[in-house]
Write a protein that binds this ligand. Structure first.
Ligand code: SF4
Ligand code: SF4
Length: 185
């Protein structure tokens, strides 16, 4: 049952939905904060991974979906590796991203949703991330095509960025995406 008050929507169904889709039980979380302590992007997030888990447990759907946390997560899996309850937090975050996209929830994510979309498309077609194209596309789609160009040139010259992509196992990656699509159906 969904409960609405003036500022908050409580929807206990969110934890169930996540369990159904990912197999992860967020109610196992006892708020030890190990995930938050190890998260490399915590300082940019509205809520830490620990707080996100709590919001999902409490059914604070609106908050969990609109916070920038799920879009600022790097999928590095540090939280997953540190969790004493064996919760795959990165998988919970991924599942939330899918749910949010399906529901069309709007959030002030400062282009991170766009970044995520370009990232996934690039991974699908090239098998790995080609940073120069990723940055170029993101800048173009956000209306600042020349942003950080000086820095980019310096990084290419010093060998920190590769000018040309190294494409790996594209067909395997395409197969993987196709399999995932089939499974979803
Ligand atoms: S997977 Fe995401 S939430 Fe977990 S530690 Fe990495 S950045 Fe933080
Ligand atoms: S590490 Fe696991 S148990 Fe601890 S706060 Fe994070 S999700 Fe909860």
């Amino acid at each position: 049952m969904k409960v609405e008050s003036k500022n908050i929507i409580i929807d206990p169904g969110l934890a169930e939905e996540i369990k159904k889709r990912s197999g992860e039980n967020v109610f196992l979380c006892y708020q030890c904060k190990k995930c938050a302590a190890g998260c490399p992007n915590r300082k940019f997030m509205d809520a830490s991974p620990t707080e996100l888990m709590r919001k999902v447990q409490l059914g604070m759907t609106d908050d969990a979906m609109k916070d920038n946390t799920i879009w600022y997560c790097l999928s590095c899996q540090t939280c997953t590796a540190r969790c004493p309850q064996d919760i795959d937090i990165a998988h919970v975050v991924d599942t939330l991203r899918i749910i949010v996209q399906e529901k069309g929830v709007k959030a002030d994510t400062k282009n991170s949703r766009l970044f995520n979309m370009i990232w996934m498309k690039m991974l699908r077609f090239t098998g790995r991330i080609y940073e120069v194209a990723l940055t170029g596309m993101l800048n173009t789609f956000t209306g600042k095509p020349f942003k950080d160009m000086d820095l980019g040139i310096k990084m290419i010259k010093s060998g920190k960025l590769k000018l040309f992509p190294s494409i790996k196992r594209t067909s395997e990656m395409m197969k993987m995406f196709k399999r995932a699509k089939k499974l979803k159906k």
